[in-house]
Design a protein. Structure first.
Length: 246
């Protein structure tokens, strides 16, 4: 009889041990599965998560046919496609460029927004990131004082009034002849540098050609006491424009 009870007690202990071990294995398996899932599962950021990363960006904005881009001042090699969630930026761009602007003229802007990552849709897919603009802080036309406006030269003159920018980042040379209310846009070509002179020669699809001579010498605009370090002469449409350069 004692042997019977002893054997029965051992069977109970073995059953408990087996049950405990099975539970331990299940817990271990559960933990291992969680760790594997945790290391392999890529959690995709949701729009709400991205929107919480909103910050202020400054740069140069361009809007036009099949074009909506932002060149970041903090790194001018970074050009983003723009989605105007604020519905303010594009309208302000049109207002700011309503007089004497050339196609795809860039404007200096300060905006609030967040980066959405690369898009695979349409023209946005040609850029490495998409900037979603949630608010517009300021927008203005460029000048020689504008942050991150990486010009080679800005030329200006009066009688008649005119201005010209040589912009290698955007690969353009743009002339505004205010006297006749006409703008010209050319592809950028590097200057031929000889001594203290720089000569730019280029043409456009309208078969217009331009020659720009910039000479390192003291120059006055004739309307102020300001002195410039370069003079400028532009030959276009059979006429010559003279002024100074920065």
């Amino acid at each position: 009889m004692k042997n019977y009870f002893f054997i029965a007690w051992c069977l109970v202990l073995l059953g408990c041990s087996s049950s405990t071990q099975t539970g331990s294995n299940e817990d271990s398996l559960g933990k291992d599965s969680f760790l594997i899932s945790d290391t392999t599962l890529a959690i995709q950021p949701t729009p709400s998560n991205l929107a919480s990363e909103t910050k202020t960006y400054t740069g140069l904005y361009i809007s036009g046919n099949k074009m909506s881009t932002f060149r970041n001042c903090s790194n001018q090699k970074r050009v983003y496609w723009v989605e105007d969630e604020s519905q303010k930026l594009m309208e302000a761009y049109k207002t700011t460029t309503n007089f004497m602007h050339y196609p795809y003229e860039s404007m200096y802007v300060e905006v609030k927004g967040y980066l959405k990552g690369k898009s695979n849709i349409g023209y946005a897919g040609e850029y490495q990131n998409v900037l979603a603009v949630t608010d517009l802080v300021t927008i203005s036309q460029k000048s020689y004082k504008t942050d991150c406006f990486n010009y080679e030269f800005i030329c200006l003159g009066n009688e008649p009034f005119w201005s010209l920018e040589i912009n290698p980042d955007e690969k353009i040379i743009a002339l505004k002849d205010v006297g006749v209310e006409k703008t010209y846009l050319f592809s950028y070509k590097a200057a031929k540098h000889t001594g203290n002179s720089y000569v730019y020669e280029t043409s456009n699809e309208r078969k217009e050609s331009i020659t720009i001579l910039i000479t390192q010498q003291t120059c006055s605009d004739g309307m102020s006491d300001r002195q410039y370090h370069y003079s400028a002469q532009v030959n276009i449409d059979g006429k010559t424009l003279k002024g100074c350069a920065i």
